[in-house]
Design a protein around this ligand. Structure first.
Ligand SMILES: Cc1c2[nH]c(c1CCC(=O)O)Cc1[nH]c(c(CCC(=O)O)c1C)Cc1[nH]c(c(CCC(=O)O)c1C)Cc1[nH]c(c(C)c1CCC(=O)O)C2
Length: 364
């Protein structure tokens, strides 16, 4: 058995490990092209909707699973094998880098991330541990296993954006109104910016580790940004998300930026530096394109991802089919369209329905 250093190529060598999948439909569309078939994948495609996921996770804590290379690689691969999607997304979580850095944060099943001590003071922010790339080495190892095993299916890495991460830390767990976060943002802006900047650095370190290990694209999840006004988003959030997206630009791989309830924020989210913007189900894709173009007429034509309402997958197939056809039609207004849901797969979703959506999209 070679020593780890002999097995682990240098970051430069690892960066060259990236597969040449430039012809893959997901990457062609992400770069604003028209592939020979419409690409489709699903946010949270790995997860409790799959019996094989539930079997594998039996008795394994969520965050422990995220630090076991072979396990996270298998979980990532399950939806690719079952549905024939055009991209894999790394099985991880937005709180993984915080846990890796030593923060006392956990995931409560059915609820989400919970921190022992909400982060609301200058001292608590200063005490936040900084992430060392070595602390996410098991995730990077999982990426390398996937790069070697996924064949021509691109692998998407991801991180949580500063605002969404900050909300979990400040609120102490999931929050409907993010009131403590907004209060701190407005009453102690210097403190807010210090926290958001620290979280931007954490996201950057986590993404760079995934990129060096060979992911083909990255997605920045700012899931809860839709809670903000455009004014607050631009003042308090955009600069920090922009730091993350700019920080990974040199890798030359597509950067997807996504949030929920972001209809008013979409042009600003693209301005933050995204190559692709993920759109939720509340706004038609052609309307989203109109907003991008109105906001930045001289920018390159936008690439969009989405935007089927995940809840519809639990209803009748005839509705799903007509909605997918509508979304594909509206997506033609963009330079490139990656079909996806408008948010993650809901746990009670029948996996067969997801497979049928892939077949339908590939037939259009
Ligand atoms: C907000 C957010 C989180 N984590 C994430 C986000 C942004 C994506 C989104 O908005 O849906 C990122 C994430 N977390 C997970 C994925 C799936 C990755 C993949 O499909 O391979 C993704 C993309 C695994 C997970 N992360 C989590 C699960 C459920 C854990 C389980 O299996 O019990 C999974 C599969 C836990 C988690 N983690 C988080 C929440 C809110 C929850 C609870 C979800 C629930 O219980 O309904 C925080």
């Amino acid at each position: 058995m070679m020593s780890p250093s002999a097995q682990t190529p240098s970051p430069a060598a690892r960066a060259h490990r990236r597969r040449d999948l430039s012809g893959a439909p997901f990457l062609v569309a992400a770069r604003g092209g028209r592939p020979d078939r419409l690409p489709v994948w699903f946010m949270r495609q790995a997860g409790r909707s799959l019996p094989e996921y539930r079997a594998l996770r039996e008795g394994v804590q969520m965050l422990d699973a995220c630090f076991e290379p072979e396990l996270l690689a298998e979980i990532t691969t399950q939806p690719v094998r079952r549905h024939g999607v055009d991209a894999a997304i790394l099985f991880s979580d937005i709180v993984v880098p915080l846990r890796a850095a030593g923060l006392d944060i956990d995931i409560v099943a059915g609820t989400g991330p919970v921190v022992a001590e909400p982060v609301r003071s200058e001292g608590a922010i200063a005490a936040l541990p900084r992430l060392d790339p070595g602390q996410v080495a098991p995730v990077a190892e999982g990426v390398r296993l996937l790069v070697d095993s996924l064949g021509d299916v691109p692998l998407i890495g991801f991180a949580g954006a500063p605002f969404t991460l900050a909300s979990y830390l400040i609120e102490g767990g999931p929050s409907r109104n993010h009131e403590h976060t907004k209060a701190l943002m407005h009453s102690e802006p210097a403190l807010w910016h210090a926290l958001a900047d620290r979280l931007a650095d954490t996201a950057l370190t986590f993404l760079r580790a995934q990129i060096d290990a060979g992911v083909d694209a990255v997605q920045l999840f700012d899931s809860w940004a839709g809670a903000l006004s455009l004014r607050d988003y631009r003042e308090f959030v955009l600069p920090h998300s922009a730091k993350v997206l700019a920080g990974v630009a040199e890798a030359g791989i597509p950067r997807i930026h996504f949030g929920v309830g972001t209809g008013e924020l979409l042009p600003a989210m693209r301005e933050a530096g995204a190559d692709v913007v993920g759109v939720d189900w509340r706004i038609p894709l052609d309307e989203a394109v109109r907003r991008f173009t109105a906001h930045a007429p001289d920018a390159p034509p936008p690439v969009v991802q989405g935007n089927l309402d995940p809840a519809l997958l639990l209803g009748s197939w005839s509705v799903v089919e007509s909605e997918v056809r509508r979304i594909v039609g509206e997506g033609r207004a963009a330079a490139g369209h990656i079909v996806n849901l408008g948010h993650g797969v809901l746990p009670g979703t029948d996996p067969e329905v997801l497979t049928r959506v892939v077949e339908l999209v590939h037939s259009l």
